[in-house]
Ligand binder design. Structure first.
Ligand SMILES: [Mn+2]
Length: 326
């Protein structure tokens, strides 16, 4: 039986409502995957509501909701959320730092990040080798023999583009195949509209200040953002990695709650996920893909014997030197 039919059979047994939940501060891939899955489940007889936590920060995410008429509710607005409800996690797994555990029962998980191990899901489809969660959802449409609507197809293609940096970063043949399969349903004018609404003027100001902080040690670029939002951290890293001679990027932002890290690597000898784990080792959590990853250290767990800048540089440079000498 196709995976989507297995999921439908499971969700039909739900005692009450079924929710679809992406990671907190949902990005375009998380939004497209949740939207696409929710629409497909509706066609197959399972109504769902998409809920999220935190904020929708980035301009292109906000534009997506408007352009595609996507209905996502902040969990605080959903008064019926209860322990009898079921949730399908999308683009995230239980125990990730960027997921708020709601009172519902997380019965299913569909993700493309590093596998966190079994968490008692009754349906699980975690494929770290795939570049985007959107490609996995597109394949569900294909396997169910359901044509995606132009809105769904366009959102999924945009999700694939964003998570794979236009089919160049961490890309898998499934991302390419699904791009090709979705393409005939896509509204290219909408993609261009999204590309033209990626950042706000306030973001530009934050970028400008962040780029002033860039320091390069050998092939590693470091960038520090002051209290910026999550999506900006990754987006700024994507620009620093394009500096000639820089193959690895470590960026971090210091907030009241702690330090948020984002890493990038375009060299096969440095794994971005292993790098971020080496940086936070013993203090926080981190993980991700070969080419991109993230981590977090709580403010209370921060070593106070040296500055965050020194701590981060010593650990990152040490890790890269060790892996190069092996
Ligand atoms: Mn994703």
């Amino acid at each position: 039986m196709a995976r989507i039919h297995e999921l439908v059979e499971l969700l039909k047994q739900a005692p009450d409502e079924v929710f679809v939940q992406p990671h907190n501060v949902p990005d375009p891939d998380a939004i497209a995957s949740s939207f696409g899955l929710s629409q497909l489940l509706a066609k197959l007889g399972v109504p769902t509501v998409v809920v999220y936590e935190d904020e929708i920060e980035k301009a292109n995410s906000v534009t997506m909701l408007r352009a595609f008429g996507i209905d996502m509710r902040h969990s605080a607005e959903v008064h019926t959320l209860g322990s009898e409800d079921w949730t399908v996690l999308v683009d995230v797994q239980k125990d990730n730092s960027n997921l708020t555990n709601l009172v519902t029962d997380e019965v299913a998980c569909i993700d493309h990040h590093q596998y966190n191990g079994p968490k008692g899901y009754r349906f699980e489809d975690v494929r770290p080798e795939v570049g985007s969660c959107s490609a996995i959802i597109a394949q569900y449409y294909q396997e169910a023999d359901v044509e995606p609507s132009p809105s769904v197809a366009t959102a999924l293609v945009y999700g694939i583009f964003m998570d794979t940096d236009n089919l160049t970063r961490g890309v898998n043949s499934l991302d390419i195949d699904m791009f090709y399969w979705l393409y005939r349903h896509v509204d290219i004018a909408l993609i261009n509209d999204l590309k033209a609404n990626q950042i706000t003027r306030a973001d530009l100001h934050d970028y400008a200040r962040a780029f002033e902080t860039v320091e390069v040690y050998g092939e590693i670029g470091f960038l520090r953002l002051e209290n910026a939002n999550d999506s900006l951290l990754g987006a700024a890293s994507d620009i620093v990695i394009t500096i000639s001679g820089v193959n690895v990027v470590v960026s971090y932002s210091i907030r009241e709650s702690g330090i948020k890290y984002s890493t990038r690597s375009v060299t096969p000898s440095v794994n971005a996920g292993a790098l971020v784990r080496a940086i936070v080792d013993g203090h926080g959590i981190g993980g991700g893909h070969n080419s991109m990853a993230g981590g977090f250290i709580k403010a209370t767990a921060m070593p106070n014997d040296r500055s965050v800048d020194t701590f981060t540089r010593v650990r990152a440079v040490g890790f890269v030197e060790r892996t190069k000498s092996e």
